[in-house]
Design a protein around this ligand. Sequence first.
Ligand SMILES: Nc1nc2c(ncn2[C@@H]2O[C@H](COP(=O)(O)OP(=O)(O)OP(=O)(O)O)[C@@H](O)[C@H]2O)c(=O)[nH]1
Ligand SMILES: [Zn+2]
Length: 198
Amino acid sequence: MQPNELLTHEEETTDVLSGHFSEIISGLGEDPNRDGLLKTPVRAAKAMQFFTQGYDMDAENILRSAMFAEDYSEMVIVKDIELYSLCEHHLLPFFGKAHVAYIPDGYIVGLSKIPRVIEVFSRRLQVQERLTDQILQSIQKTLNPLGVAVVIECQHMCMMMRGVQKQSSVTTTSAFTGAFKSERTRNEFLKLITSSLH
Ligand SMILES: Nc1nc2c(ncn2[C@@H]2O[C@H](COP(=O)(O)OP(=O)(O)OP(=O)(O)O)[C@@H](O)[C@H]2O)c(=O)[nH]1
Ligand SMILES: [Zn+2]
């Protein structure tokens, strides 16, 4: 029997990635066999797998698992949801906050499912614009509410640690469907996410 037959798919991936990380460490001129680096390829592999675990998750299933029929039809906002993602250009983190709102049309969703949907799409190689849109579309498609709004504010390590090296710039992206296309509704949402009372 091959030793690999006993490994799960996840463990096999860890194995493959750690081989590559070992080469990266050598390529950087370091010795992957020195004491402090011995377990680093496996640790780095597991970290990258954690950062990209969203590929194995299904946002629509998550939302559908906690949809409840309810007559409430005012705006529901979940704001200041922290997120960590990886920029697909440099494989460096970008991180910040997401604010999500929807106006129910017959169904509400379990509140925790909104941050879970953000995990699904942020734990991948991403750009902030696509992340914003994917969150929006998955909620719109599943709940079919009167409207969805997503605002994301992030700092990108690729703009901080390297490249242009700007430490304080924050990128804001937003996307809206349905009722949030109206200026009045959108402004109410934007006011509420900047208010400390909500
Ligand atoms: N639109 C968008 N751009 C991003 C995101 N994350 C990183 N980038 C940008 O992707 C671009 C890649 O540009 P390139 O010129 O190919 O890469 P580069 O030479 O490393 O660019 P610099 O970062 O300017 O040094 C950079 O401008 C990054 O700032 C994102 O989420 N959205
Ligand atoms: Zn980048």
